[in-house]
Design a protein around this ligand. Structure first.
Ligand code: MG
Length: 350
């Protein structure tokens, strides 16, 4: 990146361009970044904060933050309010944390309809009640109508984890579980935004996963073993981005069975029509979970019993070969690499 280069949409899209921006421009300049066990360098879903010895026992405080720029603000299955609450709760949850509280900072355009503003605030409230996580503080700023198109909501969340689940904890033989259908959020949003009239109504999966993922963490307790070795939510860049990050950080190979990946018929059909890869499409109510093989079936059974895990599936496993890479075994049995997406094919989905 040279001095005359400009920020492009791809720099915020969750793929390789964003990784470059984060690596060079952000980490390259923010040097005061030491923190707890998981810090800014780890580029995980959040970070831990170290407290004086014994203040939390073996638990760690986890913090995460996310700004939501979704367009349009209202979409099938949700809106920016629900998305802002769920996105941050899910980032805490995939770190193994129990979310405790959220902040909500709103930047809104001059001229924005107060009825829509109220509808979004009620949605924030409903989602936070569903998750059982209160909004404890916030901030509101307005900007001239020619400087912002609608509204941006930032939420920060804190939670407590014991122990923290990392992106880098996957070991060879660990089983990869996906908690449900891939691509629902991005495709529902795109179809609505572009006015595509697909036969089946596509609905976003935006949901808080704290209850579902708290259940999976119960399996950690058996005989002192850690059943869950890694977790991540496949938001921007979809499964392709998320699973590659886990493979790279854990320094293992991952083989994914293409036929095992749950994707709804309407999403498959829409992706075919639009020339998109459902594995690169954002999700807002799904998690990728790495599980020690002896617990995989128990975790899967538990996920199936929860409303947000009904379509959960075992989709692959970690291997000692192909370190840092993800290979997809296709329907015809051939292996091909699943690359890191360069950018997100659908901007402004979260
Ligand atoms: Mg995340």
């Amino acid at each position: 990146m040279g001095t005359n280069d400009k920020i492009t949409m791809e720099h915020g899209a969750g793929g390789q361009s964003m990784q470059d921006l984060i690596g060079k421009m952000i980490l390259g300049n923010i040097t005061n970044r030491s923190a707890g066990t998981v810090g800014l360098d780890d580029l995980d879903d959040g970070a831990t904060i170290s407290l004086p010895d014994d203040m939390l026992g073996s638990s760690e405080l986890v913090i995460t933050t996310d700004s939501h720029v979704v367009d349009p603000l209202f979409f099938p299955g949700g809106d920016i309010g629900r998305l802002s609450v769920c996105g941050t709760i899910n980032d805490l949850s995939v770190m193994g944390a129990i979310p405790l509280a959220l902040t909500c900072a709103i930047i809104v355009r001059e001229g924005f309809e107060t009825a829509s503003f109220e509808r979004i605030m009620r949605s924030v409230d409903l989602a936070s009640k569903e998750a059982g996580v209160p909004i404890v503080t916030g901030d509101t700023k307005t900007i001239q109508g020619d400087k912002l198109d609608s509204m941006i909501i930032n939420t920060t969340g804190i939670g407590i984890a014991s122990p923290v689940v990392r992106d880098n904890g996957l070991s060879p033989e660990d089983v990869i579980i996906i908690t449900g259908n891939m691509g629902d959020h991005g495709i529902a949003l795109l179809s609505h935004r572009e006015g595509f009239d697909f036969e089946t109504k596509l609905v976003s999966d935006v949901s808080p996963l704290n209850d579902l993922l708290r259940e999976t963490l119960q399996f950690r307790a058996f005989e002192g073993n850690n059943a869950i070795s890694a977790m991540k939510d496949p938001t921007r860049g979809g499964l392709a981005s998320c699973i590659n990050e886990i493979a790279q950080k854990s320094n293992v190979g991952i083989i994914i069975e293409e036929d095992s990946i749950p994707i709804s018929e309407p999403v498959v059909a829409a992706c075919e029509m639009l020339g998109l890869d459902p594995l690169e499409i954002a999700n807002e109510g799904k998690a990728i979970i790495g599980v020690r093989p002896e617990y995989a079936q128990d975790v899967l059974d538990m996920l199936h019993s929860h409303k947000y895990g009904k379509n959960a599936a075992i989709v692959g496993k970690a291997v000692p070969e192909h370190r840092g890479k993800v290979l997809l075994r296709t329907s015809i049995g051939s292996l091909r690499q699943l690359p890191v997406p360069v950018g997100d094919p659908i901007p402004r989905v979260c």
